[in-house]
Design a protein. Structure first.
Lengths: 316, 316
């Protein structure tokens, strides 16, 4: 099968179709999405070698659970042991022996086939298209913000960063009924958000304060902006990971008694629900779709600064 | 009156006794304590000029509330307007026009007399000595941690930093019944904590994980230690302020979905209560007591790295 592999550089390879274990599903990938985390992996953010990729929609070819066979599915990326004390306490996404598809110890989905535990797999309702379903994983990460923070109907919320994750997060918060403003630096991207009903502003034009600020910038400046706009005793949700440290003065956090919450992957069912409701528009987020034969070019495009979501079409 | 003033340098001056306004108390200072924040003020952390100091115990000489006159008191440092939207929302310690005694827009207590709004003043029960009462302000800041974070009886808590604030914070958490370990770098200071019943360990010897970590180090390394010992989805309480930024990689916060809470000043009544109960030992925290005539030397001593609490005795 075709596969995009990272091993001291990125290579398109002919790899064997993986064999599924007991309780696992073999999935034929239809579409896969390239995430900034994938780009970070190739820059050494994790010590990962193997097939890349963790966002996909596909069809189950084989599984022990016969109900799954032939179903269109998406898959959660974290593979937990189910046995360590963290798993037993219910925090399975923070398993002590965690593996993550295409990131850490588990082959990814930039390939014609991928294997996942059946418990990671979610069936996709018919009303959701493949090009919507491929956004379930990042949309779930956006929804995680509301899983962690109690947003009150009276709260003002700001999402900082008008990249892919920022646009999804602002839409998700808007879909849950909250007053949200997306702060960015690119009028064109802010325009995409505005069409979905979200309030928008250039960061430099924003002078207000907010109760909750969500940093989706992917760089340290987002935290600086967040600290400058959140009210005393307010909340900052941190979505940005970056490989290197940056000079940062966290004194405003202490002085203003801010709560900061790190936020990573999220729950798939509410993401599927929002897409079913038509509450999130994913079309405007697609930069370009490449046939799988051009995976390397697709990845190159995704590495371009400011690129929106690049998809790989494995049906071609 | 004698006063220690900061104005392009630290000076002992003969200043006029301040006049109290309506609803304010004129207090004769008995003892005052020097805090690391005072040291930071002289290093330009705030743009403050005037009489220094914010930790004291004294006796009310004059007030509109005649019940207060002659009472031994301590005083909260934040002076709020009571009118802005933050004050009206109940967050008076984060008033939009806040002033802070000896730090920001309000004369401090390193002087024979200080004036404070009567609402800032708390009477000291007879069973609490002056040398205990002078610790009420920093003890209140230690108690603020439990005001902000729900510590469960099953939680493991670590306080990082064996300086003055760390020793008080560990004792306060211990006094509230929680399992707490103080992590420090100085065997002698850890010994002081151990005598109060707190578990202790050298940072370098500690290999466990905790549910809650409280950084009282006053430098960026405390945050690094906190990130390395707190469990996924755990809580870091940030007590450290420092003037300059430091290179810091906050990715573990995001990856492990840690909650960080900045923490500053705290409530006085529970601090008075803990001292009344005899649940906190302050004797071991005193470095040296200087007569007021030697205020400048006292401040110099407090600036010495690793110094414990230096007190100024205004009865001499």
């Amino acid at each position: 099968m075709r596969a995009l592999v990272f091993d001291d550089g990125l290579k398109v390879m002919d790899a064997p179709i993986p064999e599924r274990g007991i309780g696992q599903a073999l999935i034929r990938v239809t579409f896969a999405g390239i995430c900034n985390t994938d780009v970070e992996v190739t820059r050494g953010y994790f010590a990962y070698k193997g097939i890349m990729g963790h966002e996909f929609v596909g069809v189950v070819e084989d599984a022990d659970d016969t109900d799954l066979v032939g179903r269109r599915v998406v898959g959660e990326i974290n593979i937990s042991c189910g046995e360590c004390s963290t798993c037993r306490s219910g925090n399975i996404r923070h398993c002590e022996r965690i593996r993550a598809m295409g990131i850490n110890g588990w082959p990814g989905c930039f390939a014609d086939y991928v294997v996942l535990p059946e418990s990671n797999v979610h069936a996709v309702p018919d009303s959701i298209t493949d090009l919507q379903a491929v956004f379930v994983e990042p949309l779930a990460a956006a929804i995680e913000v509301m899983e962690q923070v109690h947003m009150r109907p009276t709260d003002r919320v700001a999402v900082i960063g008008d990249g892919k994750l920022g646009l999804l997060t602002a839409q998700a918060i808007h879909a849950y009924g909250h007053r949200v403003i997306l702060l960015g630096k690119h009028l064109e991207k802010l325009g995409i958000a505005r069409k979905t009903g979200v309030d928008v502003s250039l960061v430099s034009d924003f002078a207000g304060t907010v109760d909750v600020a969500v940093d989706c910038t992917g760089n340290p400046s987002g935290m600086e902006t967040a600290m400058s706009i959140v009210r005393p005793k307010g909340t900052i949700v941190m979505k940005s990971t970056f490989q290197k440290g940056a000079p940062m003065n966290l004194t405003p956090i202490v002085r203003n008694e801010i709560t900061c919450i790190g936020s990573r992957c999220g729950p798939f069912p509410p993401a599927l629900r929002l897409l079913e409701l038509g509450a999130v528009d994913t079309r405007g987020l697609i930069e370009k779709i490449y046939p799988a034969d051009q995976m390397a070019r697709a990845f190159e495009k995704a590495c371009t600064r400011g690129s929106m979501k690049v998809l790989i079409d494995f049906t071609r």
